[in-house]
Design a protein around this ligand. Structure first.
Ligand code: NAG
Ligand code: NAG
Ligand code: NAG
Ligand code: NAG
Length: 495
C-alpha cells in the first residue's frame, strides 16, 4: 500500500495535469516559458565612425585607363567594422546568395542642370584634380577650347552623375599618343558632389617611357574646375521595399540592429541586396529594414553606410546626427515588404482583453472532420510574441488532439519562379516541457510540406524557402492539444 506521502504526491500530480486550463479558457502559459527579455541590439556608432576613418573610397580618373569605361558595379568597402579587400562585390559580402539581377545603368531622377561649384586656376599654373568618393567614369572632350559644354552634355548621359571635374592632364602618353580621341581635356563623372577642398591629385606620375637617360616628364594638371547639380539623384525605391523616411540628417539608433556595411556609392539597390543577403539573426530572423546614409567627415563625403535591422524602424529613432567630425547626411530608411497580410495577427480587435475566433478578414482557421476549434486567432497579449495578436494551432478548449490548419484567406500573389522565404515564430511551451515535447507545426506551400518545427520551445524563429508560381497557397498545420502551438509575426520576403 502506498504511503500517505506518496498518495499525496500522486494526487498533486493529477490535480496539476487536470488543472491545465486550455488557451480557449484563457489559460496561463507554463511558467518555464518565461520570454527572453534581452533588449534588442542598437548600432555601435563609435565602431561605424572609427571604420569611416579607416576606409579610403576616394579616387580620380585613372591615368592609365581608357576613357568611357562602364561604371563599375557598387562595391563593399567594409563590413561590420572590418575593411574589406578592394573590389568586394555586393554578392560576395552577402551571407546568403541572392542572385537577383540588378538594374544596371538605370537613369535616376535627375533634378536640375549643372552649375559651376569651383573654377580652375589660371592656365599657366599647376592645379589638382578631385580625389573624391563615388567616382563613376571619365571621358575626354575636344580640347581646342576649354570645353565645358561638351563635358556637361556627356555628364547628363551618365546615370546618377551629379558632379564633373574638368581639367587638362599633361604628359600622359596614352592621351597624347595612344587613345584615338587625341585630347588631354578630361571630364570625370562622380555620383557625389565634391568641392575645391578635395583637389588633392597633383599628378606627378611617370607616363611617358624612359628614353636613354633623359628625365621622364611627369604628369601635371591645369585648369581643374567643378560643376554640380543641386542634389544627389533621388533614388528609386528598391524592388521589394518601401521608403519609410528621408532624406534627413539623422541615422537610425533603433533596436534590432544586425550590423553595417560601407559601400562606395550612395546606392539603395546595393543596400537592399545586402539586406536580402544578410544572414539570419537567431533571435530576430531576416533583415527587414535598412538605413542608408552618407558620412561627411570634416566637410568631405567619405563613405556610404547601410545599417541593417531585423525590426522595422522609422524616423522617430533617426537621431544619430554624427560623432566628432562625422556628420550624418542623406539618411533614408527602407522597409522590406512582406507578402503576408497581417502576419502579426494584429488586425483582429474584437475585444480589449481576451477573445478569439476561427477566422478573420485575412486568416482562416479550419478544423478537420470531428475537430472543434483546432485553429484560431487570439487577441490576448500574453500569448503574443509582439503586440496583442497571435494564432493558435490545436483545439482551443482541449476537446480533441487533432491538428488545425491556418491559412491566409486569399492566395499569396508572387512572381513565378522567384524564391521567397517564409518566416514566422512558433511557441510550443504553453503546457510545459513534457506535454509540449510532442508539439509540431508544418509549413505547407500549395499543399506540400516545405518546413516546420517540433518540440518544446518558447517563441522561436522558423524559416522555409519556397518558389512562387504566381498565386500560392500558404498554410500552417499542427498542434495537438495539449501540445498547442502559437504562431506570430509571419512574413514572406522575396530573396
Ligand atoms: C579592382 O577592379 C579594377 C577594375 O576592374 C581593377 O583595375 C583593379 O585591378 C582591381 N583591384 C584589385 C585589388 O583587385
Ligand atoms: C545558394 O543557396 C542554396 C540553398 O541555400 C544552395 O543550395 C546553393 O548551392 C547556393 N549557391 C551558391 C552559388 O552559393
Ligand atoms: C590636346 O590634346 C592632345 C593630346 O593630349 C595634345 O597633343 C594637344 O597638345 C592638346 N591641345 C591643346 C590645345 O592643349
Ligand atoms: C647620359 O648620361 C651620360 C653620363 O652621365 C652622358 O655622358 C650623356 O651625355 C647622357 N646622355 C643624354 C642623352 O643625356
Amino acid at each position: 500500500m502506498p504511503s500517505p506521502t506518496r498518495l499525496f504526491a500522486l494526487a498533486a500530480l493529477l490535480v496539476s495535469a487536470t488543472a491545465l486550463v486550455p488557451p480557449g479558457h484563457q489559460g496561463v502559459p507554463n511558467q518555464a516559458s518565461t520570454p527572453d527579455n534581452t533588449p534588442a541590439p542598437t548600432p555601435d556608432n563609435a565602431v561605424i565612425a572609427d571604420t569611416a576613418g579607416q576606409v579610403n573610397q576616394k579616387s580620380s580618373a585613372p591615368i592609365d585607363a581608357p576613357p568611357n569605361a562602364d561604371v563599375a558595379p557598387t562595391t563593399v568597402t567594409a563590413v561590420d567594422g572590418t575593411v574589406t579587400d578592394a573590389n568586394t562585390t555586393i554578392a560576395a559580402a552577402s551571407a546568403g546568395n541572392s542572385t537577383r539581377r540588378r538594374d544596371v545603368g538605370r537613369f535616376g531622377k535627375r533634378q536640375s542642370g549643372f552649375e559651376q561649384v569651383f573654377a580652375g586656376l589660371p592656365a599657366g599654373q599647376h592645379d589638382a584634380s578631385i580625389e573624391g568618393t563615388a567616382y563613376l567614369t571619365y571621358t575626354v572632350v575636344n580640347n581646342a577650347t576649354y570645353n565645358v559644354d561638351a563635358c556637361l552634355a556627356w555628364a547628363a548621359t551618365i546615370p546618377n552623375c551629379v558632379f564633373v571635374n574638368l581639367y587638362y592632364e599633361f604628359n600622359n602618353e596614352l592621351l597624347d599618343f595612344v587613345f584615338s580621341e587625341k585630347s588631354n581635356l578630361k571630364c570625370a563623372a562622380y555620383g557625389d558632389i565634391h568641392s575645391a577642398a578635395e583637389k588633392t591629385n597633383f599628378g606627378g606620375q611617370a607616363s611617358y617611357p624612359q628614353v636613354g637617360n633623359a628625365t621622364v616628364p611627369l604628369t601635371y594638371i591645369t585648369q581643374s574646375s567643378g560643376f554640380a547639380t543641386k542634389n544627389l539623384v533621388d533614388p528609386d525605391t528598391p524592388e521589394g521595399y518601401d521608403l519609410v523616411f528621408g532624406p534627413t540628417g539623422g541615422a537610425n539608433n533603433a533596436p534590432g540592429y544586425m550590423g553595417f556595411a560601407f559601400i562606395d556609392k550612395y546606392d539603395v539597390d546595393a543596400c537592399a541586396q545586402l539586406c536580402n543577403g544578410r544572414g539570419v539573426d537567431p533571435v530576430g530572423g531576416s533583415c527587414q529594414y535598412f538605413n542608408i546614409w552618407r558620412a561627411v567627415v570634416s566637410g568631405v563625403p567619405t563613405t556610404y553606410t547601410c545599417s541593417m535591422y531585423y525590426l522595422v524602424a522609422d524616423e522617430s529613432t533617426a537621431v544619430n546626427y554624427g560623432q566628432g567630425d562625422l556628420v550624418v547626411t542623406l539618411s533614408r530608411g527602407y522597409a522590406r515588404r512582406s507578402l503576408a497580410i497581417d502576419g502579426g495577427f494584429e488586425g483582429y480587435t474584437a475585444c480589449d482583453e481576451f477573445c478569439f475566433t476561427a477566422s478573420d478578414a485575412t486568416w482562416t482557421g479550419t478544423s478537420p472532420a470531428g475537430g472543434v476549434a483546432d485553429a484560431g486567432i487570439f487577441f490576448f497579449p500574453p500569448y503574443a510574441r509582439t503586440g496583442h495578436g497571435s494564432a493558435l494551432l490545436g483545439a482551443a478548449f482541449g476537446d480533441d488532439a487533432l491538428a488545425g490548419t491556418l491559412a491566409p484567406a486569399a492566395p499569396i500573389a508572387t512572381v513565378a519562379g522567384r524564391q521567397y522565404v517564409v518566416q514566422f515564430f512558433a511557441d510550443r511551451s504553453f503546457s510545459g516541457p513534457t506535454l509540449e515535447a510532442a508539439a509540431s507545426v508544418e509549413v505547407r506551400w500549395n499543399g506540400k510540406k516545405v518546413g516546420g518545427v517540433t518540440g518544446f520551445q518558447t517563441y522561436g524563429l522558423v524559416q522555409a524557402v519556397v518558389v512562387g508560381t504566381g498565386s500560392d497557397e500558404l498554410s500552417f498545420v499542427g498542434g495537438a492539444a495539449p501540445a498547442w502551438v502559437f504562431l506570430d509575426d509571419v512574413s514572406i520576403f522575396a530573396l
